[in-house]
Design a binder for this molecule. Structure first.
Ligand code: SF4
Ligand code: FES
Length: 240
Protein backbone atom coordinates (compact mmCIF):
# COMPACT_ATOMS: atom_id res chain seq x y z
CA UNK A 1 0.00 0.00 0.00
CA UNK A 2 1.21 3.52 -0.79
CA UNK A 3 2.36 5.61 2.17
CA UNK A 4 3.48 9.11 3.16
CA UNK A 5 5.06 10.25 6.37
CA UNK A 6 3.23 12.46 8.87
CA UNK A 7 5.44 13.85 11.63
CA UNK A 8 7.82 11.00 10.90
CA UNK A 9 5.16 8.28 11.08
CA UNK A 10 4.32 6.20 8.03
CA UNK A 11 0.67 6.62 6.99
CA UNK A 12 -0.98 4.30 4.45
CA UNK A 13 -3.58 5.77 2.11
CA UNK A 14 -6.11 4.70 -0.50
CA UNK A 15 -5.99 6.25 -3.98
CA UNK A 16 -7.96 9.51 -3.98
CA UNK A 17 -7.74 10.10 -0.23
CA UNK A 18 -6.79 13.51 1.07
CA UNK A 19 -4.13 13.96 3.75
CA UNK A 20 -6.69 14.50 6.49
CA UNK A 21 -8.68 11.41 5.51
CA UNK A 22 -5.60 9.21 5.60
CA UNK A 23 -4.38 10.75 8.87
CA UNK A 24 -7.74 10.42 10.61
CA UNK A 25 -8.14 6.83 9.37
CA UNK A 26 -4.72 6.13 10.91
CA UNK A 27 -5.86 7.65 14.23
CA UNK A 28 -3.99 10.94 13.92
CA UNK A 29 -5.95 14.13 14.48
CA UNK A 30 -5.35 17.12 12.24
CA UNK A 31 -7.20 20.21 13.49
CA UNK A 32 -10.18 21.21 11.36
CA UNK A 33 -13.49 23.04 11.59
CA UNK A 34 -14.97 23.10 8.09
CA UNK A 35 -14.07 19.52 7.17
CA UNK A 36 -16.46 16.63 7.81
CA UNK A 37 -15.86 13.08 6.55
CA UNK A 38 -19.35 12.90 5.00
CA UNK A 39 -18.93 15.86 2.66
CA UNK A 40 -16.69 17.22 -0.04
CA UNK A 41 -14.11 19.54 1.56
CA UNK A 42 -14.77 23.26 1.63
CA UNK A 43 -11.23 24.43 2.44
CA UNK A 44 -12.19 27.68 4.14
CA UNK A 45 -11.10 27.60 7.80
CA UNK A 46 -7.43 26.68 7.15
CA UNK A 47 -7.13 25.09 10.61
CA UNK A 48 -5.93 21.95 8.84
CA UNK A 49 -2.84 23.67 7.43
CA UNK A 50 0.17 21.35 7.32
CA UNK A 51 3.50 21.45 5.54
CA UNK A 52 3.92 19.11 2.59
CA UNK A 53 7.50 18.82 1.43
CA UNK A 54 8.09 22.23 3.00
CA UNK A 55 5.04 24.02 1.55
CA UNK A 56 1.90 25.10 3.42
CA UNK A 57 -1.19 23.19 2.25
CA UNK A 58 -4.71 22.48 3.49
CA UNK A 59 -4.80 18.84 4.56
CA UNK A 60 -8.53 18.60 3.85
CA UNK A 61 -8.12 19.32 0.15
CA UNK A 62 -4.57 18.16 -0.58
CA UNK A 63 -4.38 14.65 -2.05
CA UNK A 64 -2.10 12.13 -0.38
CA UNK A 65 0.76 10.93 -2.57
CA UNK A 66 3.50 8.34 -2.22
CA UNK A 67 6.59 9.55 -0.39
CA UNK A 68 5.25 12.95 0.74
CA UNK A 69 6.79 14.32 3.91
CA UNK A 70 4.02 15.99 5.89
CA UNK A 71 4.47 18.01 9.07
CA UNK A 72 1.51 18.86 11.29
CA UNK A 73 2.90 18.84 14.83
CA UNK A 74 5.20 21.86 14.79
CA UNK A 75 5.41 25.14 16.74
CA UNK A 76 5.04 27.19 13.56
CA UNK A 77 1.79 25.44 12.68
CA UNK A 78 0.45 25.58 16.23
CA UNK A 79 1.04 29.34 16.20
CA UNK A 80 -0.70 29.66 12.82
CA UNK A 81 -3.71 27.67 14.03
CA UNK A 82 -3.92 29.78 17.18
CA UNK A 83 -4.00 32.97 15.09
CA UNK A 84 -6.64 31.52 12.75
CA UNK A 85 -8.80 30.53 15.71
CA UNK A 86 -8.44 34.02 17.18
CA UNK A 87 -9.54 35.50 13.85
CA UNK A 88 -12.64 33.32 13.82
CA UNK A 89 -13.46 34.45 17.36
CA UNK A 90 -13.19 38.18 16.60
CA UNK A 91 -15.05 37.97 13.28
CA UNK A 92 -18.22 36.86 15.08
CA UNK A 93 -19.86 37.45 18.43
CA UNK A 94 -18.55 34.45 20.34
CA UNK A 95 -19.30 35.13 23.98
CA UNK A 96 -18.83 31.65 25.40
CA UNK A 97 -20.15 32.15 28.96
CA UNK A 98 -23.57 33.22 27.67
CA UNK A 99 -23.75 30.97 24.61
CA UNK A 100 -26.10 27.97 24.61
CA UNK A 101 -23.46 26.00 22.73
CA UNK A 102 -20.80 26.44 25.40
CA UNK A 103 -19.17 23.11 26.24
CA UNK A 104 -20.53 21.61 23.02
CA UNK A 105 -18.93 24.11 20.61
CA UNK A 106 -16.12 23.11 18.26
CA UNK A 107 -14.76 26.64 17.98
CA UNK A 108 -14.55 26.96 21.77
CA UNK A 109 -12.96 23.50 21.99
CA UNK A 110 -10.49 24.50 19.27
CA UNK A 111 -9.61 27.59 21.30
CA UNK A 112 -8.64 25.35 24.21
CA UNK A 113 -6.83 22.90 21.92
CA UNK A 114 -4.62 25.55 20.31
CA UNK A 115 -3.90 27.25 23.64
CA UNK A 116 -5.77 30.46 22.92
CA UNK A 117 -5.80 32.70 26.02
CA UNK A 118 -6.88 36.01 24.43
CA UNK A 119 -8.46 37.29 21.22
CA UNK A 120 -5.28 39.10 20.05
CA UNK A 121 -7.16 40.97 17.30
CA UNK A 122 -9.75 43.74 17.69
CA UNK A 123 -13.33 42.44 17.74
CA UNK A 124 -15.53 43.14 14.73
CA UNK A 125 -18.79 42.91 16.72
CA UNK A 126 -20.85 42.22 13.59
CA UNK A 127 -24.55 43.01 13.52
CA UNK A 128 -26.22 40.34 11.42
CA UNK A 129 -29.87 39.41 11.34
CA UNK A 130 -31.15 36.81 13.82
CA UNK A 131 -33.84 34.56 12.35
CA UNK A 132 -36.28 33.41 15.03
CA UNK A 133 -39.10 32.63 12.60
CA UNK A 134 -38.84 28.83 12.86
CA UNK A 135 -40.75 27.16 15.71
CA UNK A 136 -37.95 24.69 16.48
CA UNK A 137 -34.71 26.14 15.10
CA UNK A 138 -32.99 29.45 15.78
CA UNK A 139 -30.43 31.04 13.46
CA UNK A 140 -28.00 33.50 15.04
CA UNK A 141 -25.88 34.72 12.15
CA UNK A 142 -23.48 36.63 14.41
CA UNK A 143 -21.96 33.30 15.41
CA UNK A 144 -21.59 31.86 11.91
CA UNK A 145 -18.03 30.96 10.89
CA UNK A 146 -19.04 30.28 7.26
CA UNK A 147 -17.86 26.68 7.35
CA UNK A 148 -20.68 25.74 4.93
CA UNK A 149 -21.41 22.50 6.79
CA UNK A 150 -25.14 23.29 7.03
CA UNK A 151 -25.14 24.12 3.31
CA UNK A 152 -23.53 20.81 2.36
CA UNK A 153 -25.71 18.83 4.78
CA UNK A 154 -28.92 20.41 3.51
CA UNK A 155 -27.84 19.82 -0.09
CA UNK A 156 -27.22 16.15 0.74
CA UNK A 157 -30.68 15.98 2.31
CA UNK A 158 -32.16 17.31 -0.92
CA UNK A 159 -33.57 20.47 0.67
CA UNK A 160 -30.97 23.16 -0.08
CA UNK A 161 -32.19 25.28 2.81
CA UNK A 162 -28.93 27.18 3.32
CA UNK A 163 -26.50 29.01 1.07
CA UNK A 164 -23.60 31.41 1.55
CA UNK A 165 -24.01 34.72 -0.27
CA UNK A 166 -21.70 37.72 -0.69
CA UNK A 167 -17.93 37.86 -0.37
CA UNK A 168 -15.30 38.69 2.22
CA UNK A 169 -16.66 40.57 5.25
CA UNK A 170 -20.02 40.79 3.47
CA UNK A 171 -20.50 37.00 3.37
CA UNK A 172 -23.84 35.98 4.86
CA UNK A 173 -25.70 32.76 5.44
CA UNK A 174 -28.97 33.00 3.54
CA UNK A 175 -32.07 30.82 3.66
CA UNK A 176 -33.71 29.50 0.51
CA UNK A 177 -37.39 30.10 1.15
CA UNK A 178 -39.98 32.42 -0.43
CA UNK A 179 -39.43 35.04 2.31
CA UNK A 180 -35.80 34.23 3.11
CA UNK A 181 -36.97 33.21 6.60
CA UNK A 182 -36.22 29.87 8.22
CA UNK A 183 -39.84 29.47 9.27
CA UNK A 184 -40.88 29.38 5.60
CA UNK A 185 -38.25 26.78 4.64
CA UNK A 186 -38.43 22.98 4.64
CA UNK A 187 -35.98 22.68 7.54
CA UNK A 188 -36.95 20.29 10.32
CA UNK A 189 -35.34 20.04 13.74
CA UNK A 190 -34.01 16.53 13.16
CA UNK A 191 -32.38 17.37 9.81
CA UNK A 192 -28.62 16.95 9.82
CA UNK A 193 -28.42 20.52 8.50
CA UNK A 194 -30.04 21.76 11.69
CA UNK A 195 -27.67 19.81 13.91
CA UNK A 196 -24.26 19.94 12.24
CA UNK A 197 -23.31 23.55 13.05
CA UNK A 198 -19.95 23.49 14.88
CA UNK A 199 -20.76 26.73 16.70
CA UNK A 200 -23.88 28.29 18.20
CA UNK A 201 -25.24 29.73 14.95
CA UNK A 202 -27.93 27.10 14.34
CA UNK A 203 -29.58 26.03 17.58
CA UNK A 204 -32.44 23.69 18.37
CA UNK A 205 -34.87 25.62 20.52
CA UNK A 206 -35.76 24.57 24.05
CA UNK A 207 -32.61 22.51 24.43
CA UNK A 208 -30.34 25.29 25.75
CA UNK A 209 -28.29 24.53 28.86
CA UNK A 210 -30.02 21.16 29.31
CA UNK A 211 -26.72 19.32 29.70
CA UNK A 212 -25.16 20.22 33.06
CA UNK A 213 -21.65 21.62 33.21
CA UNK A 214 -19.34 18.67 33.68
CA UNK A 215 -21.32 16.43 31.33
CA UNK A 216 -20.99 18.45 28.12
CA UNK A 217 -19.13 17.07 25.13
CA UNK A 218 -15.88 18.98 25.64
CA UNK A 219 -15.90 19.29 29.44
CA UNK A 220 -13.48 16.40 29.88
CA UNK A 221 -12.34 15.58 26.34
CA UNK A 222 -10.36 17.56 23.81
CA UNK A 223 -11.62 18.27 20.32
CA UNK A 224 -8.96 15.85 19.08
CA UNK A 225 -10.30 12.99 21.22
CA UNK A 226 -13.92 13.65 20.24
CA UNK A 227 -13.06 13.98 16.56
CA UNK A 228 -11.09 10.74 16.46
CA UNK A 229 -13.94 8.94 18.20
CA UNK A 230 -16.84 10.38 16.19
CA UNK A 231 -15.43 11.38 12.79
CA UNK A 232 -12.52 9.05 12.09
CA UNK A 233 -14.81 5.97 11.79
CA UNK A 234 -16.78 7.78 9.05
CA UNK A 235 -13.76 8.31 6.79
CA UNK A 236 -14.24 6.41 3.54
CA UNK A 237 -17.74 5.22 4.45
CA UNK A 238 -19.64 7.42 2.05
CA UNK A 239 -19.57 10.96 0.84
CA UNK A 240 -22.71 12.94 0.12
S1 SF4 B 1 -24.56 28.34 10.35
FE1 SF4 B 1 -23.08 26.96 11.36
S2 SF4 B 1 -22.88 25.21 9.94
FE2 SF4 B 1 -23.81 26.90 8.79
S3 SF4 B 1 -22.09 27.97 7.79
FE3 SF4 B 1 -22.50 29.03 9.74
S4 SF4 B 1 -21.14 28.06 11.22
FE4 SF4 B 1 -21.22 26.69 9.47
S1 FES C 1 -10.59 21.86 7.63
FE1 FES C 1 -9.30 22.27 5.95
S2 FES C 1 -9.71 24.32 5.48
FE2 FES C 1 -11.12 23.89 7.11
Amino acid sequence: MATFTLDGREIPFEPGQTLIEAAMAAGIYIPHLCWHPRFEPHGSCKLCTVKVNGRLCSACTFPAAEGQEVVSDADELRQLRRRLTQMLFVEGNHVCPSCEKSGQCELQAMGYYVGMTDSHYPHFYPLREIDASHPQVLLDRDRCIFCELCVRASRAEGKNVFELAGRGVHTRLVVNSPTGKLGDSDLEADDLAANICPVGAILIRETAFRIPIGQRKYDHRTIAEVSLEEEAPLVGKHRD
